[in-house]
Structure formats: C-alpha cells, structure tokens
Design a protein around this ligand. Structure first.
Ligand SMILES: Nc1ncnc2c1ncn2[C@@H]1O[C@H](COP(=O)(O)OP(=O)(O)O)[C@@H](O)[C@H]1O
Ligand SMILES: [Mg+2]
Length: 353
C-alpha cells in the first residue's frame, strides 16, 4: 500500500470544451488503476472557481452546486482546502487549460503534472506561432498568412488583395488561439472573405488565413518525454463540409477510422512528422498531431498540435494507442510516470545551480 500515489484530476475549466473535459475526466477516473492510485477530483467551473468533488461521475448540476473557491492567492476568501497530491493531471481542453496557464500555476507550486510544460502548451495553443516554428524547421505546413485586427482595420482592401493573390481560393479563416472549430469559416469567393475575417476577429486580435486543402484528415498520437513515440495514424471523416463545431460536438456523425487505411510508407511518414512536431515545441507527455493528406499530390501538411487532446473512451488519442498496443490504463500509467520523471529531472537540474 505504501507505494500508492495520489493523482489529482483537474477538469471542467473555462473554455468552450468544458463539457468534453468532464467526459474525458470520467474516462480517466474510470481507467486509473485503483491498486496504484488514489484519485482526487478537482472540478473547475466555467467561471474559473475550483471545487473538490467525489468524482467526475457526479451529475453536472451537483458539480456546479455548493461552495467553490478561487485558486488565486489574492482572492482573500478563506475557503481553500489543502489539496495535496503526488501528481496533478489537468484534463482541461482549450484556453485556460491547454495553453500553459494552469501549467504555470503547477510550476509555481513545484508539483509534478501530466502533459506538456508551459512553453510547449502555449505554442501548441497558438496556431500562428506553431506554424512559424514549423516553417522555420522545414516541416510542411499549409500556406498561410497571419492577420492582426489593427492592420485589417487600416488596410483591408490591400490585405484582401494580398490574401487572394498569395493563397488563392478557397481559403480557411480561423482565430489563432482557439480550438473546437469555433470562429472558423471556409471562404469560397472574395465576397465571403471579409465576413469570415470579421467573425474570426470576434475571438481574438490575431487570426490565420490558410489555403484550403482538399484531401483526408489524419491524426497521430504522441507519447513520451525525451524519446517520444508515435501511434499508428487514424483518420477523421467529417460529416459536413469540414470538421466544424456542430460536427464535433452536436451531431456526432463524424466517422473515425482507427487505424487509418494507409500504405506502410505513409504511416511511417505521419509518425515521423508527428514526433518532429512534438519535438519542435519541446513537448512532454502527450500530444495529438493533426494532418492533411492532399488528394492527388499525396502531399502531407501538419495542421495543428493538441497538447491535451480529447480523452474520452471514444477519443482518437487513447484509441490510437489501444490499436498500437497500449491499453487505456497502461497509457495513464505511462503519462504519470513521465510526469514524475520530468519533475524529478527538473529538480535535479535546479539543485545543481
Ligand atoms: N487549411 C485547411 N484546409 C482544409 N480544411 C481545413 C483547413 N483548416 C481547417 N480545416 C478544417 O477545419 C477543421 C478545424 O480546423 P483546425 O485548424 O483543426 O482548428 P481547431 O483547433 O478548431 O480544431 C479541420 O479539422 C478541417 O476540417
Ligand atoms: Mg482541429
């Protein structure tokens, strides 16, 4: 018994992916091996308040009811229980979870936590910086332009012309710092460009405009610290024109092919590029890397990296590991080991200074 570890699951959170985070946490809670772990459950409300709950299985109205507390030390209310765990497991997707903010809090507290550290999380959340970085390393990304709201307001006509000239049509317009397909549009003619740009700017002052790629959507799971491994790739077949918010969360008609049907050389190429993307951001623990495979040319483009991917029992990340020989429970063991290992190494380096 003395080797039991206490794992604190942190779930819910302030992003649009609050509900999906609860479902991910339920799957993790269910699959954590109780011979090895005690589990503490920390629910984060949509407003950012925290609450210790018996499990993520409790109904949503009970999660929200009762007293919660602010985690901020300057908040002043004395309702904060002591939360002590051997390792923390943030299962928070999107902003204020996957973007380095909670990771910063856990670094300040000097505790081990699962997944990418601050820098990798922040880069993974910023599609523009991620693409700049990959381009610099010679990794394949879709032709893109980054736009700032202040420039768009000043030079709209010039920028419209430049976008069409450099990227052609159709295009994709998306906020730089969001997930879940929120604020994303496909633009088929020049008339649609300005409304799409305006919509994306509703979610932030920086957006991306990209050439639309016609082809297949392939995803690959990565696991590890210094020597990351990639799973077999999987394929997402959107039900609608693209994998939009409704398709992701409301309609459930998307099809997943796990693993994807690809020739062995392409499987290998996706795996290499997934690991290269993970290493480019200095990733740790886990990430899911998403690609486009262009119809006709068979060109591969890296689209994005998710450092806290969907983790429900039917999510791509754990299912790709399952078909690659790592069960859900074993995957959780690995992530916890990787978290403890990284923390240990960091402490050793700090002691040397
Ligand atoms: N350049 C592109 N070409 C083709 N389809 C795209 C492109 N960019 C985005 N999409 C479509 O939009 C979906 C969501 O875009 P993505 O960049 O993955 O944002 P999110 O972080 O919201 O998932 C993709 O899964 C894909 O279906
Ligand atoms: Mg995506």
């Amino acid at each position: 018994m003395k080797d039991m570890l206490t794992v604190a699951l942190i779930f819910g959170g302030r992003s649009a992916e609050h509900e999906i985070s609860i479902i991910s946490a339920r799957a993790i809670y269910k699959n954590l091996d109780r011979k090895k772990y005690r589990v503490l459950c920390l629910y984060v409300s949509k407003r950012g308040n925290w609450k210790l709950v018996p499990s993520p299985q409790v109904p949503a109205n009970q999660l929200r009811a009762g007293r919660s507390f602010s985690f901020l030390p300057w908040d002043g209310r004395r309702t904060r229980p002591a939360i002590k765990a051997d390792v923390y497991f943030p299962v928070l997707h999107g902003p204020y979870g996957e973007d380095g903010t909670i990771q910063g809090l856990l670094e300040m507290a000097d505790v081990p936590y699962v997944g990418a550290p601050v820098l990798a999380s922040a880069i993974g959340m910023d599609k523009a910086i991620f693409k700049h970085l990959l381009s610099r390393l010679g990794l394949p990304v879709v032709p893109y332009l980054v736009l700032y709201e202040k420039d768009w307001k000043k030079n709209r006509q010039h920028l419209e012309k430049k976008i069409i000239q450099e990227l052609g049509l159709p295009l994709f317009v998306k906020p730089a710092n969001l997930g879940s397909s929120v604020g994303i549009s496909k633009v088929k003619n020049r008339k649609e460009l300005s409304p799409a740009v305006k919509l994306a700017f509703r979610y932030g002052q920086k957006i991306l405009v990209e050439k639309a790629i016609k082809g297949r959507e392939i995803e690959c799971s990565v696991l590890g610290n210094e020597r990351p491994r990639a799973s077999l790739p999987g394929e997402v077949i959107p039900h609608r024109e693209f994998y939009d918010y409704a398709d992701k969360y409301l309609e459930g008609k998307t099809r997943f092919l796990i693993p994807a049907e690809l020739p062995p050389d392409l499987n290998k190429r996706f795996q290499e590029l997934a690991v290269a993307s993970f290493q480019a951001i200095d990733g740790c623990g886990m990430a899911r890397v998403d690609f486009f495979l262009e119809q006709g040319t068979q060109n591969i483009y890296i689209n994005e990296i998710n450092t806290i991917p969907g983790f429900t029992e039917i999510s791509m990340y754990p299912r790709l590991w399952e078909v690659s020989g790592v069960s859900f429970s074993r995957l959780l063991d690995c992530l916890i080991e990787l978290a403890l290992c990284r923390h240990h190494l960091k402490k050793r380096c700090l002691e040397r200074t």
